[in-house]
Design a protein around this ligand. Structure first.
Ligand code: ZN
Length: 76
């Protein structure tokens, strides 16, 4: 069975659980605050995607003011 990483929507606590395939974790509860319905974190996919963008370069659409390639946050 795969291990999934979850993030509590209430307190932000991250935790891992063994889940059967197809289980989306809706019934899990946070080990810290007990809130149910954590969101599943796709850490592997996220890390890979970000690294690829940095290595490949974006041909001028990257930001000079921050490390993001999507600069809604810094205004560049
Ligand atoms: Zn929590």
């Amino acid at each position: 069975m795969p291990i999934y990483e979850f993030k509590c929507a209430s307190c932000g606590k991250r935790f891992e659980k063994l889940c059967s395939i197809g289980d989306n974790g809706e019934k899990l509860s946070c080990p810290k605050c007990g809130a149910t319905g954590p969101s599943r974190v796709m850490s592997g996919f996220a890390a890979r995607g970000a690294g690829k963008e940095e290595l490949g370069g974006s041909g001028g659409s990257g930001c000079g003011g921050c490390t993001s390639t999507n600069c809604g946050s810094c205004g560049h």
